[in-house]
Design a protein around this ligand. Sequence first.
Ligand code: HEM
Length: 516
Amino acid sequence: MTSSLVLVAVIGVATYVFLSALLRFTQDPMEPPAIETSVPFINPLLGMLSGMQSYVVKMRDKYNLPMYTLRMPGQRIYIVNSLSLIPPLQRQIKTIAFAPIEAQAAATVMGVGPAGNAIIGSDKMFEKDSYLSTFVPSTHPALSPGPGLDALNNAAIQYFSKSLASLGKNGSTTVELFSWVRDELFMATTESIYGPKNPFRDPALKQAWYDFEPSIMVHMLKAWPSVLARKSLQAREHLLIPAFEKYFAENSHHQGSVLVQCRYKHNTGHGLRGRDVAATEIGQMVASLTNSLAASFWMVYHVFSDPVVLSECRAEVERLAQVDDNGVHTVDLANVKSLCPILLSTWQETLRYVHIGIAARVVMEDIMFDNKYLLKKGATVMTVAPVQHTDASVWGPTANSFNHRRFLREEGTRRTNPIAFRSFGGGAVLCPGRHFVSTEVMSFTALLLLLFDLKPVSKDGTSKWLEPRKNLPMTSSMPTPKDELLIEIVPRNEWEWRVNFSASSRGVNIVAEDVA
Ligand code: HEM
């Protein structure tokens, strides 16, 4: 027994000495300092596995470094804490790059085949006319302020308007809040993008999406998806991609939004064909749905669960409504963009407070970053939104609490550094869908505020809002709720409503780049 213990101790010490030496010889003193090295490689790994977002916030508070290295087996991750390092990071688009991650996602998550991957992941991906460099600009006619964006938002709002009107006709309805909000947003978003031939009108296909989505990370890491993500893989290969193939083969996109038409033109213009065009839609669905569905749930939760937020937001949207002589109420939801500052601030605060997004980039060659840090080829650089979103030096002592008025421009208050709001990324990788989703979610919330009261249904009959715990997936910027929330949706009155969305060609000023 004693000799076994001695053997274990010797192995332990030898391993420790080996790992320490390995770290010492492979970590250049010019790199951002390596932290958590008391058991090299293992401590950071365990920390990351315990919950990456909370771990990096803890590391920020413990070491207070602008940037540091986490060394893990086979992995070097540089974490950026300091806001001042974000602009230079965003400028290094070729040396600290996003494109290789997108190319990998096309092959692994979307299931694009070899011919398509040769185009998307080509050696020329950084050239200015490559598939990846031109993808986001190709969607500007649909997602930047203008008629294409107005039409997209109008279609989503008309979906909500019909769906909520028919819900109101049934009197009170009890729903599980996340499932219900998720379905409303899912259908409104896919209807607005794909038009009258939206393949997701088939409930089996919608279910296929929900079967596919939870295993995105398994696909991305190529972690044996045929075994570990079997259901997800089958949903993608046998239902989702074939449905999109049929949609494009039947030219259904001609009746869809400018967005789906831009995407089709971009794909085919770069030489993608048939199944590969269909597979890229999987990536677009991930981008446009995963964060939006969860974000809209948290928005509804934060607006309705706090009586002060509820009454202030409701008062604002009620001011948008007009009543004619016949008692018909009309609301133009285009006005949520400019006439509802508290609702907008609540949306921004929801995104700040709840966001768990990780922006990852690949170091393409050894470089000196910001004239200070050596970054090694092959390493990953990460900014993790909760680090910047809970930075007390930016947001003040209330950084960790929800303040729906935080983003209001009030006289006498200091303007926060807009770079600190990471919810839609920034620089070259700025979310092009931010105007669409912001108008969509604010309009949905505004309609709910006008039409319904939301009352929690608890088993003990107390009708108290309880904040659900959060699942923190690594592939989404917004957590999903871990706990179910039963809610009674109660119509506020029997008024007849007309819901309009007038063309304004305006966006929502939400990130630094919009207000600059
Ligand atoms: C609340 C909802 C959303 C959130 C929180 C969100 C957040 C983000 C973030 C943080 C990024 C940057 C990722 C990075 O830096 O690695 C991003 C990129 C992107 N988002 Fe969104 N997004 C949302 C909705 C949408 C919608 C509705 C669309 C499309 C209609 C969309 C399309 C995209 C695309 C295509 C990119 C990649 C941009 C590029 O390659 O340069 N997103 N989004």
